[in-house]
Design a protein around this ligand. Structure first.
Ligand code: EPU
Length: 455
C-alpha cells in the first residue's frame, strides 16, 4: 500500500483528497490572498503533549490536514477523547488513556513517524509504549536511533519485537544529561515530552531550537513544566510530578507560508499569505529578496510578489534553525530555474532530499546533482557519497509533463513547476499534499490557477 493510501485509510479521508491526479494548465500567475493556520510540525506534537495533562487541553488554529487526522486517530486508539470545538479548535480529554495494540497503532499511523513521540508521555501514564515498524520515506533513511537512545537514558527498557519496538518503564523515568550528536527536531521534542514528568533535572545539549520547538515549550510551560533555554543549544528541564491541560493558539505554518511565497515568485504572481509573520521567516525573507522577490510585511500577514525584472541566482545551504530550513528549498528550486545564472543548493539536513529534481529536469530544467558539499562549509554527508548538492542553471522555461509526486515538499514544488510550465501537466499522487497543506485545492482556485481533478 502506498503512503497516500495508508494515510487516507488512517485519516478517515475527511481532509484527504479523493482525486489522485491534478491536470494543470500552466502559465498563469498566482494572485490573491490565502491564509495559513497552525504549523503541522507543532500542532501534531502539541496534540501528543495533551496526554501529559491530568485535565483537558484546547488547541486552536489546527489545520485540516491528514497528518492531524493521523494523530487524532492515534490519540483515540489510546483512549484520549478528541472533540471539535469552534472552527479550527480541538479539545483533548486524556483522563482515560490506555494501551493500544501494535496493529491498531500501525493502522492509524499510516506513513507517519509520530508514534515515536507518544513514547515518553505513554511511559509516564501507562508504563509502556509500542512503536510499529515505520514505513520507508523517500527523503533518506530517517532513523530513530537518537529517540531510542534518549528514552533508554531516561530509564526506559527498549525491546525489539518482530512487529516493532516495545518500551517499558519499570519505575518512574529519571532526569538525565543528554548530548545530541546532531540538533534533531524530533529527538529534542522526545526529550522535552519525556523530561517534563521525569524525576529530577534533565540537561539537553545540542538541542534543536526551531520555532515549533519553542512553541512546544510554551505549551509545556502552560501545563506546569519548568524549562529554560540557555545559549548554545542547551535546554534544562526540572521534572514535576504532574501537569495540567493547556489552552493554546498554534504558531503559524512557516513552511506553508514559504511554499506559497515561492509559488508567487515562480509564477510571476502576487500572493498575500494571511497569518505569516516576519520573525520566523527572517532567513527565508533574506534569500527571497536576494533572488529578486519582493515582500511587504503587514500586521496580519505578508505579501510576496515578483516585482518584474530578472531573477538572480543564489547560493543556499539548508541548516537547522536559525538557518535556511530544509523544507524551504524544494519550492524555491523551481523559482531558481527562472533565475539568470547558476544557483547552488547544498542540503545539509537530510542526505537524500533531491528526488523531486528528476521531474523538474523532465520538464526542461537544467539541474545537476553532486555528492560533494558545494556550499561554503562541508557537512556530515560530504564524505559519505550522498547526492546532496544541486547546481541549477537558468533561466530554463519549463514545459508540461506527466509527473508523480514523491513526498510532501517535493510534491508542492512539482505543483509549482506545473503551474509555471507552458502547456499541460498531469501530476499524480497529489493526495500526499493534503498531509501538510490545508485546502490546497481551494487555495489554488482562489489564486486563479487553471486545473482540473481526476479520480
Ligand atoms: N536523525 C538521526 N537519528 C534520529 C533522528 C534524526 O540520524 O534518531 C537525523 C535525520 O536522519 C536527519 C536529521 O537527523 O538527517 C534531522 O532530522 P530531525 O530529527 O531534525 O527531523 P524530524 O524531527 O524527523 C522534523 C520535521 C521535518 C523537518 C525536520 C527538520 C516533523 C513532523 N517533521 O523532522 O518536516 O524537515 O524536522 O527541520 O516535525 C515536513 O514537514 O515535510 C518535514 C519533513
Amino acid at each position: 500500500m502506498n503512503s497516500v493510501a495508508k494515510d487516507a485509510r488512517a485519516s478517515g479521508a475527511k481532509v484527504g483528497l479523493e482525486a489522485e491526479t491534478i491536470i494543470i494548465r500552466g502559465g498563469r500567475p498566482l494572485t490573491g490572498r490565502i491564509d495559513v493556520k497552525g504549523a503541522k510540525n507543532l500542532v501534531t506534537k502539541a496534540m501528543v503533549a495533551a496526554i501529559l495533562g491530568d485535565t483537558p487541553s484546547t488547541l486552536r488554529d489546527v489545520p485540516a490536514i491528514s497528518d492531524v487526522q493521523v494523530v487524532r486517530g492515534l490519540l483515540e486508539v489510546h483512549g484520549v477523547t478528541v472533540t471539535d470545538g469552534d472552527p479550527g479548535e480541538l479539545i483533548f480529554d486524556p483522563s482515560r488513556v490506555e494501551s493500544a495494540h501494535m496493529v491498531d497503532i500501525d493502522a492509524h499511523a499510516g506513513s507517519s513517524r509520530i508514534p515515536i513521540l507518544f513514547c515518553g508521555p505513554l511511559l509516564h501514564r501507562l508504563g509502556e509504549a509500542f512503536i510499529p515498524d515505520l514505513g520507508g520515506c523517500r527523503i533518506g533513511d530517517r532513523p530513530i536511533d537518537f529517540h531510542l537512545e534518549v528514552l533508554a537514558q531516561f530509564g526506559a527498557v527498549v525491546e525489539k519485537l518482530p512487529s516493532g519496538i516495545r518500551l517499558s518503564a519499570p519505575e518512574r523515568l529519571r532526569g538525565t544529561k543528554i548530548s545530541l550528536p546532531y540538533p534533531s527536531v524530533g529527538a529534542t521534542e522526545q526529550v522535552l515530552l519525556t523530561s517534563v514528568l521525569a524525576e529530577g533535572k534533565t540537561e539537553l545539549a545540542g538541542a534543536a531550537i526551531e520555532p515549533e520547538i519553542m512553541d512546544l515549550i510554551n505549551i509545556l510551560q502552560k501545563m506546569g513544566a519548568i524549562i529554560s533555554v540557555d545559549t548554545d543549544r542547551v535546554i534544562r528541564i526540572e521534572g514535576v510530578s504532574k501537569l495540567k491541560g493547556y489552552s493554546h493558539r498554534a504558531l503559524f505554518d512557516r513552511n506553508e507560508a514559504a511554499s506559497w511565497a515561492s509559488a508567487a515568485l515562480a509564477t510571476e504572481g502576487d500572493i498575500f499569505v494571511g497569518g505569516a509573520k516576519q520573525e520566523e521567516l527572517l532567513t527565508f525573507l533574506n534569500i527571497f529578496r536576494k533572488v529578486g522577490g519582493a515582500f511587504d510585511i503587514a500586521d496580519d500577514g505578508i505579501r510576496f510578489y515578483h516585482p518584474g525584472g530578472e531573477l538572480k541566482p543564489v547560493v543556499v545551504e539548508t541548516d537547522v534553525h536559525p538557518g535556511f530550513m530544509t523544507d524551504w528549498q524544494q519550492p524555491l528550486v523551481v523559482a531558481l530555474t527562472k533565475a539568470q545564472g547558476v544557483s547552488i543548493v547544498h542540503e545539509t539536513v537530510y542526505e537524500q532530499r533531491f528526488g523531486f529534481v528528476e521531474a523538474l529536469v523532465q520538464m526542461g530544467a537544467n539541474i545537476q546533482l553532486h555528492s560533494e558539499c558545494l556550499g561554503s562549509s562541508p557537512c556530515r554527508f560530504g564524505q559519505r557519497n550522498f547526492v546532496h548538492s544541486a547546481v541549477i542553471s537558468g533561466p530554463t522555461p519549463l514545459h508540461g509533463a506527466d509527473i508523480e509526486i514523491p513526498d510532501l515538499r517535493g510534491g508542492f514544488s512539482h505543483l509549482i513547476a506545473a503551474l509555471t510550465a507552458e502547456g499541460t501537466s498531469r501530476v499524480s499522487n497529489v493526495g500526499i499534499i493534503s498531509r501538510g497543506y490545508e485546502n490546497f485545492i481551494t487555495k489554488l482556485q482562489q489564486l486563479g490557477a487553471d486545473f482540473s481533478l481526476e479520480a
